[in-house]
Design a protein around this ligand. Structure first.
Ligand code: BG6
Ligand code: MG
Length: 218
């Protein structure tokens, strides 16, 4: 049997941090004098912090010099950190611990593949860090999703061939990144938005043990 590796995205797959990213971006938008809606926040999922600010400034039609751009990136993150500071295990998305526990029992290697530079402190806060053999996050990549870099680095760390890796993702850019890496992409969330995924689940409560076993033995 070939060894299978599992790679989890963080924001929107393990924890619902999209709401905190939204609040922090909205605070910045309001400060700069324009509105930012939850609908527009959809565009930010899976996307790097730098790219998010570029999109935000486009939305508000705000011009920025390098100094302002850098300052707003820092400002947004300081604000975001205040929200995640209060996070605890109650914010883990449904059945994530069940799936991690199942994989761990089967001794399946697990990595995180996230665009966030805050991944490690968030996993610590929700007490899930110990499940991950490797963390690959925004601090380790030069190219953002949909580029496959983050997942290819994770596969290398897991010592698993990319084609034998399974990726759980909630963002279109993340599904595209997994597909580009030739990994099996599994969409967690709205299947109409994540239609490019190989399989779709609303959340992990819909994913039974038999399906997980199939993934391991495929
Ligand atoms: C992704 C989120 O996981 O991380 C994006 O889906 C976010 O919305 C990106 O912009 C970067 O996160 P951070 O924590 O480094 O600002
Ligand atoms: Mg995500």
């Amino acid at each position: 049997m070939t060894k299978t590796g599992f790679i989890f995205d963080l924001d929107g797959v393990i924890v619902d941090t999209a709401k905190y990213h939204f609040l922090a971006w909205r605070n910045l938008a309001n400060e700069l004098g324009f509105e930012f809606t939850e609908e527009q926040n959809e565009l930010f999922k899976g996307v790097s912090r730098k790219r998010c600010l570029e999109i935000l400034l486009d939305i508000g039609k705000v011009e920025a010099n390098q100094e302002q751009f850098d300052r707003w990136m820092v400002e947004k993150n300081i604000d975001y950190l205040q929200y995640i500071e209060k996070m605890n295990a109650s914010e883990i998305l449904p059945d994530v611990p069940r799936v991690l526990e199942f994989l761990k029992e089967k001794q399946i290697p697990i990595a995180l593949g996230s665009a966030s530079k805050n991944a490690r402190p968030i996993l610590e806060k929700v007490q899930l860090l110990h499940y991950f053999d490797f963390i690959v996050d925004g601090n380790n990549v030069t190219k953002a999703k949909p580029d496959p870099e983050v997942f290819l680095i994770a596969a290398k760390k897991l010592s698993v061939h990319p084609e034998n890796c399974v990726v759980f993702e909630d963002a279109v850019a993340g599904i595209q990144a997994a597909n580009a890496a030739k990994m099996l992409s599994i969409g967690i969330g709205d299947s109409t938005i994540l239609s490019e995924a190989e399989y779709n689940f609303k959340d992990f409560t819909e994913m039974d043990t038999r399906f997980l076993e199939q993934l391991i033995n495929r």
